[in-house]
Design a protein around this ligand. Structure first.
Ligand code: SF4
Length: 351
């Protein structure tokens, strides 16, 4: 790991040098692409130690389990967090990314370039001096080899304009260095997949709380990716669909997608999501049993009934008995009685 104390700094000239020295008036201002993970937390802390004014930007995609931890990490660091939402352009990447997928449905090169383009346009709007990421050389084979880092810069139209403080000494000089906002001596030389250098740096910088590497992007999850791939062959997948895919048991009935809740919390969330997206839902909670959603407004009534039979299979209705449920919309609830599918019938319909 490189020096983290910033001693022996070279003299830089002009206004930029004044900024780099860290006086409040002329403080250099950085915008950090922030995931809330350890690398991005360390990057923010490192810059703060150097007297740089730091703000963070997170590009929210529908493929993260939750964002509360990103906000909490930014709050603990005392940085302003900007949140940008991925749009249709991002979701379009899933259909055929220029640089392919990783081990799952993760189009990391295209995804990073997309996020950097978004972050850069915010940086310009805010008038911050340079753009930063917490990337570590060699940490991820898909997107953080030397070639891939350079490729991502080119794809984002940001060649030589991304500062990566954790590995910066091992990478070509950036525009922020030549303009005097960043000094090479500030930058570290962390590389590789091992996390020990980061843990050591965390200790040194007093960073005690950070999330474990697991629990990140669902596009790297094999099971989520398998289902997403299958769905993409049948329909468009947007924010709404990505949310439904995070919940419950997943089925296909005649090419129509059905999600069945596994417990009370999921049942509540499914009903809420259906309502929020103008969809109907099937409710067996009185039996008791699950909530099910047919994620398609145009499904024929026979499919709605089959979806109810499927959901009833997971209810407490006795074998051979009809299950009493309700067909619900935001406006009304209609009683419904169906024969539950057998476990074998239900299993054949799994997505
Ligand atoms: S892991 Fe997910 S969020 Fe991260 S770069 Fe890859 S696709 Fe994008």
């Amino acid at each position: 790991m490189g020096k983290a104390d910033g001693k022996g700094e070279q003299k830089a000239g002009g206004k930029a040098a004044a900024k780099a020295k860290g006086d409040m008036k002329g403080k250099a201002k950085a915008l950090v692409l922030f995931s809330g993970g350890l690398d991005s937390i360390l990057t923010v802390r490192l810059l703060q130690e150097r007297g740089v004014h730091v703000e963070a930007v997170n590009v929210e995609t529908p493929f993260y389990p939750e964002y509360a931890s990103v906000k909490e990490a930014a709050r603990r660091l005392g940085v302003k967090l900007h949140t940008l939402k991925a749009d249709g352009g991002y979701l379009g990447l899933l259909k055929g990314p220029k640089h392919g997928f990783g081990s799952g449905m993760n189009p990391c090169v295209d995804c990073k370039a997309y996020m950097l383009r978004k972050a850069e346009s915010l940086r310009r709007r805010l008038g911050r001096d340079f753009l930063v990421t917490g990337e570590v050389l060699g940490e991820r084979p898909m997107s953080q080899t030397r070639d891939r880092l350079m490729l991502i810069e080119r794809e984002a139209g940001l060649r030589g304009r991304i500062v990566r403080p954790l590995s910066g000494r091992l990478l070509p000089a950036t525009e922020a260095e030549s303009r005097g906002f960043v000094r090479r001596e500030w930058l570290l030389d962390i590389q590789g997949r091992g996390r020990n250098p980061q843990f050591g740096l965390a200790k040194k910088l007093g960073v005690r709380e950070f999330p474990s590497p697991a629990g990140g992007c669902l596009l790297t999850d094999p099971e989520y990716s398998r289902k997403l791939r299958k769905l993409l062959a049948l329909r468009d997948v947007g924010w709404q669909e990505a949310e439904f895919l995070k919940l419950g048991r997943q089925f296909l009935i005649g090419g129509k997608w059905v999600v069945v809740g596994r417990h009370e919390e999921e049942n509540g969330r499914l009903a809420e999501l259906a309502k929020g997206n103008g969809l109907g839902w099937i409710d067996f909670r009185k039996v008791p049993g699950p909530v099910a959603v047919l994620v398609d407004e145009k499904a024929p009534f026979s499919t709605v009934i089959a979806a109810a039979q499927l959901a009833a299979r997971y209810s407490d209705a006795k074998p051979g008995q009809e299950a009493e449920g309700e067909l619900c919309t935001a406006e009304r609830r209609q009683p419904l009685s169906v024969r539950p599918f057998s476990p074998e019938e239900a299993d054949k319909l799994r997505l």
